[in-house]
Design a protein around this ligand. Structure first.
Ligand code: AMP
Ligand code: MG
Length: 428
């Protein structure tokens, strides 16, 4: 027997052996593919599918696993630091505003446009900007207030400085993350003025409304500390601190929601990151409390829904809202509350539809009044547009110059609401 003849059967045997190993290996990979698609390891199932060479055999289940689970997983770390800093900054600023809220004299002055501003507005803006600059020094900021008035009025400046220097979170690590204390009163004024960006469509720009709903704040009602991050004109992170809303997401929106709020069982932070859903958590005084995912309440019967609108008749046309409600078959009275607490309330399903109907042709909505709320509602399953059905455009400067009014509703009924809004406005 030649060596060749001995080698032939050996080769045949090893072929059988290797093909068996290959078969077992493919079987394991196949099992892995099926298993991983069930327990949502999209990447693993993709690798397995590639290895078995059967891209065409991806099942419907594994397809949906790939699309529904990979997005949040991949995105979960995106904007994580921005979200943490933003929520802690809002929590600290809200602590300051609450101190002012409980004072009889709130240090109110009138702005050039005759709207009120308090020591709480200036103090909260200083604390938020200082936290943002400590973490993201090259980001731009569009904030509502400016320090010009305080440079002329030293007693007012000193009153604000007393508040700012004595407001801290009861958590050393959180305070450190926010960059600690501001150096002195002059540094505080400079910080307040760093919110003077023109806004626009390029780069990272934060929007701040230190006390949204100042009139509600003065009345003892709802107000919100609002912070949003836009990247290239698109809102990526939104945070609303609402010290006077119930902590409980399921608490119904009572008609007196905006009056005589006490701290008992109240205070909530709403937040959202684009593509990652919306959350609520109790507003605390130290680090961040545990958060819960929130979602809008589906509207199955319009007759069971109600509108959320401004308390101030000058901010939203309540007469037109009444006509729209009638046409939609809504019989319940509107819930009126100040500030972006309206966005937070509908996002967690406590309210249904937020209407803001223009009262004048010339008024342009401010981006800091809507950026955070717009994202939080959309991430909770809602749609937010102007009265014509166009998405709010935050990329054109400090105002929403391209939009008129705001309609926020669960995505499934938004078109229906817009249709009626246009019918009623068309008849005006
Ligand atoms: P709200 O508490 O929802 O009524 O909104 C408060 C915000 O309304 C304030 O922060 C102002 O920037 C804004 N505002 C002031 N004047 C008007 C107006 N004429 N129309 C709409 N919003 C306004
Ligand atoms: Mg405001």
């Amino acid at each position: 027997m030649t060596v060749d003849k001995i080698e032939q059967p050996k080769k045949a045997l090893s072929h059988i052996f290797y093909s068996k190993i290959l078969f077992v290996f493919s079987l394991i990979v196949l099992i892995l593919a099926i298993f991983s698609s069930r327990i949502s390891f999209p990447r693993l199932s993709l690798i397995a599918t590639h290895l078995t060479g059967s891209a065409n055999t991806i099942t419907a289940t594994s397809r949906s696993a790939i699309t529904t689970t990979s997005t949040p997983k991949m995105a979960s770390s995106q904007y994580a630091k921005e979200l943490e800093v933003a929520q802690l900054a809002v929590q600290r600023a809200a602590r300051l505003t609450k101190r002012v809220f409980h004072e009889k004299a709130k240090g109110t002055v009138s702005k050039d446009d005759k709207s009120p501003v308090t020591i709480g507005d200036f103090g909260a803006q200083a604390l938020i900007i200082s936290a943002l600059k400590a973490n993201f020094p090259s980001d731009e900021i569009v904030a509502e207030e400016e320090a010009a008035q305080l440079r002329e009025d030293t007693p007012l400046r000193d009153q604000i400085w007393e508040l700012v220097k004595s407001t801290k979170l009861d958590d050393e690590a959180a305070e450190q993350l926010l960059g600690g204390a501001i150096k002195d009163a002059d540094a505080m004024l400079e910080i307040i003025d760093q919110g003077n960006s023109k806004g626009g469509a390029k780069g990272r720009i934060w929007t701040i409304d230190p006390i949204d709903g100042t009139k509600g704040f003065l009345r003892g009602g709802q107000y919100a500390v609002c912070l949003g991050l836009m990247v290239d004109g698109d809102v990526k992170v939104g945070v609303l601190g609402c010290p006077n809303l119930p902590v409980d997401d399921a608490a119904p929106l009572a008609a007196d929601i905006g009056t005589n709020a006490t701290d008992e069982g109240r205070g909530v932070i709403f937040s959202a990151v684009q593509g990652q859903g919306a959350t609520s958590r109790p507003l605390g005084t130290a680090g961040l409390a545990e958060g819960k995912s929130i979602a809008m309440k589906p509207i199955t019967e319009m007759s069971n829904a109600s509108f959320c609108e401004s308390v101030e008749a000058g901010h939203s046309d309540q007469g037109v809202a009444g006509q729209i409600a009638q046409k939609l078959g809504i019989t319940k009275p509107s819930v009126r509350m100040d500030s972006q607490a309206k966005y937070g309330s509908i996002a967690r399903g406590a309210g249904d539809i937020y209407l803001r109907l223009p009262t004048s042709k010339s008024y342009q909505e401010k981006i800091w009044d809507h950026a955070a709320g717009d994202l939080i509602v959309r991430e909770a399953g809602g749609q937010v547009t102007d009265v014509s059905g166009n998405r709010l455009d935050f990329s054109v400067g400090r105002t929403l110059a391209e939009n008129k009014g705001v309609i926020a509703a669960p995505a499934a009924v938004h078109d229906q609401v817009i249709k009626v809004v246009q019918e009623v406005l068309g008849q005006q």
